[in-house]
Write a protein that binds this ligand. Structure first.
Ligand SMILES: Cc1cc2nc3c(=O)[nH]c(=O)nc-3n(C[C@H](O)[C@H](O)[C@H](O)COP(=O)(O)OP(=O)(O)OC[C@H]3O[C@@H](n4cnc5c(N)ncnc54)[C@H](O)[C@@H]3O)c2cc1C
Length: 560
């Protein structure tokens, strides 16, 4: 199995500087990850740099659904629904461990936006456009049946519900699985490396970047025949470096999600529901591993995209919608265990409100040759990569006859952890792998978690689990195994990379995350040989991330 760790990072960065690349991708979110995999597998020498951790931008802050975008039918975005709908099935087959089908309920109420006929029609159109498999097509329930299926739905005025399938994902893990695959195919990748300037050849064409390594402070230059700007909410910042940001630009909108324990709200089904607010947004409530999460808001964001804040108004908006929709003891600020906020890098459309702006993706090609891509969805990442690489690969083939244009190779290319199986094969693998996890010393439930999390790389995690017995650590074998797998194979450089993005514990297992943080930091200190000062900085970084998710509780009086 290909390693991806601090040593490969150093070697990859050195190699990117030593030999010009064919393609350099700026941005290690899902868009840049997908482009790197597509480019490398077309036979182009590819590099990827990310200024934070992989997926630290928008790609770890989504609703975590690989979905066909039913809500965009409201905007009559037929093409987008058809495209991402069919991509959904491809993502599932290529990475069945990070995409789990879930039945989603779409309840309708007396005087609501939709009735039975419109809900049924909308779902039929969706099934058709998204080419939904027969066994996953919609069905309808009357009010009684809907309440039996989901007893927490508000009964008053309920007329019934449509039920259809969406795919739940772990966005940050989807990104890392794409990057691991790209790296295994030969792409050079490095997180915590920021592009600070673009470089140009004598003809004024972009031919690389100046970068600063955010870990060591070193700077250097990487040359490439083509540079692709996949910087998400920072796409315009890079275009500005190129002097090509005139015309269309980004409109960032913030979306917040909240997490509560399922003891407070034991929702059984994912529910997609109408909110009673003026902006007519719809919201998701999704059960996940003992928790339920809700979202999202959609408000214009004009400040730094790096760490959009969650304020009391966002929390009130979501809790009001949830408390109005479900027959539960009303949830309060104190019930919120964790939260996250992300910004959508949408393309400005004059006169439209945040919710009305289309999610479609768009490619910009500047006079200097810089390619930029923005908009789109997590779900459509593979298609977005294919579209931009069709152009870039043709462009390279035209300029250099030694490269023969190749079409995309990613449609049937399993991601890391998904190979070589597909969804049916994965079920067979999971059955036997759970046994091996138990033999390595885990409980059956723990082994299941590992298999669901890492797919066919579960066996590599089990190898680290076995080493825990002889290690000087207070971490459980499960935590030790996952941490060391992350250090060796997923380029974990900081505790927050592991606690927030590789394991998701800061979001979905807050108490456990708090309990293991000191031991994780101690283990990483040993592994990296950190000084006292570095260890303190890493500890503060984790505390700051925890605080970001709790700060709004101090502001409760601002809105109430
Ligand atoms: C609230 C919310 C909910 C959503 N829900 C869903 C959903 O359920 N399903 C779905 O399909 N989509 C969803 N989306 C959309 C989806 O999350 C985004 O379209 C997608 O994550 C954007 O990915 P990206 O790679 O373009 O941007 P990002 O993930 O932000 O990646 C860009 C990266 O570029 C890096 N970067 C920037 N500048 C530099 C530089 N100078 N040098 C090096 N690196 C740089 C950044 O650090 C960042 O990591 C949602 C979005 C939001 C905000």
């Amino acid at each position: 199995m290909t390693k991806l760790n601090h040593k490969t990072r150093r070697a990859d960065l050195a190699q990117m500087q030593a030999d010009p690349l064919d393609v350099l991708v700026i941005g290690g979110g899902i868009t840049g990850a997908g482009i790197s995999l597509d480019a490398q597998t077309r036979g182009l020498k590819t590099g990827l740099i990310e200024m934070q951790d992989f997926a630290a931008g928008t790609s770890s802050r989504s609703t975590k659904l690989v979905h066909g975008g039913l809500r965009y039918l409201k905007q009559l975005a037929v093409h987008e629904v058809a495209e991402v709908g069919s991509e959904r099935a491809i993502v599932y087959e290529n990475a069945p461990h990070v995409t789990t089908p879930v039945w989603m309920m779409l309840p309708f109420y007396k005087n609501g936006t939709f009735g039975k006929a419109t809900t049924a029609l909308g779902l039929d159109v969706y099934d058709h456009l998204a080419q939904v498999k027969k066994n996953e097509r919609k069905f309808m329930l009357n009010a009684n049946q809907a309440l039996i299926r989901e007893p927490y739905l508000k009964a008053k005025g309920l007329l019934g519900a449509g039920v259809y399938v969406e795919y739940r994902t772990d966005d940050a893990r989807l990104v890392i699985e794409v990057i691991k695959k790209a790296h295994a195919k030969g792409a050079l990748v490095a997180n915590y490396v920021k592009a600070t300037e673009l470089t140009y050849n004598v003809a004024g064409q972009v031919d690389g970047v100046v970068f600063v390594d955010q870990i060591t402070g070193d700077s250097g230059v990487i040359h490439a025949r083509r540079v692709i700007n996949a910087a998400g909410p920072w796409v315009d910042t890079i275009r500005k470096l190129d002097g090509s940001d005139a015309g269309k630009h980004l409109h960032l909108t913030k979306g917040v999600h909240l997490v509560v324990d399922s003891a407070k709200f034991p929702l059984h089904n994912a529910v997609f529901f109408d909110t009673p607010f003026k902006d007519k947004r719809m919201m998701f409530a999704i059960p996940r591993a003992g928790k339920t999460y809700f979202g999202t808001t959609d408000t214009t964001w004009t400040k730094d995209p790096k760490e959009p804040t969650i304020d009391a108004r966002d929390v009130t908006y979501i809790l009001d919608a949830v408390n109005g929709m479900f027959d539960i003891t009303p949830l309060t600020f104190d019930d919120v265990e964790s939260a996250w906020a992300g910004v959508r890098p949408l393309i400005q459309e004059a006169g439209k409100s945040p919710s009305e702006i289309s999610r479609k993706d768009e490619i910009f090609h500047s006079e200097s040759g810089l390619y930029s891509i923005a908009g789109g969805k997590l779900t459509g990442y593979r298609k977005m990569a294919e579209k931009i690489m069709d152009k870039v690969a043709k462009d390279i083939a035209t300029a250099d006859s030694s490269y023969r244009y190749q079409p995309t190779q990613t449609k049937h290319l399993p991601l890391a952890g998904g190979d070589p199986l597909g969804s049916d094969g994965f079920k067979v693998y999971a059955y036997s792998a759970i046994g091996r996890g138990v033999a390595a010393g885990l409980t059956k439930a723990q082994a299941k978690v590992v298999v669901a999390h890492y797919g066919t790389n579960a066996d590599a995690v089990f190898d680290f689990v076995k080493q825990a017995a002889s290690a000087d650590t207070t971490l459980s074998p499960l935590d030790y195994g996952q941490l060391h797998y992350g250090l060796e194979n997923e380029l974990v450089l900081r505790p927050i990379d592991f606690l927030l993005r590789r394991s998701g514990e800061l979001l979905f297992d807050y108490a456990h995350m708090q309990a293991i943080t000191p031991a994780v930091i101690a283990e990483m200190r040993r592994y990296f040989n950190w000084s006292e000062a570095t260890t303190l900085a890493m500890t503060s970084e984790v505390s700051a991330q925890v605080k970001l998710r709790q700060n709004f509780k101090d502001k409760i009086n601002d809105v109430i």
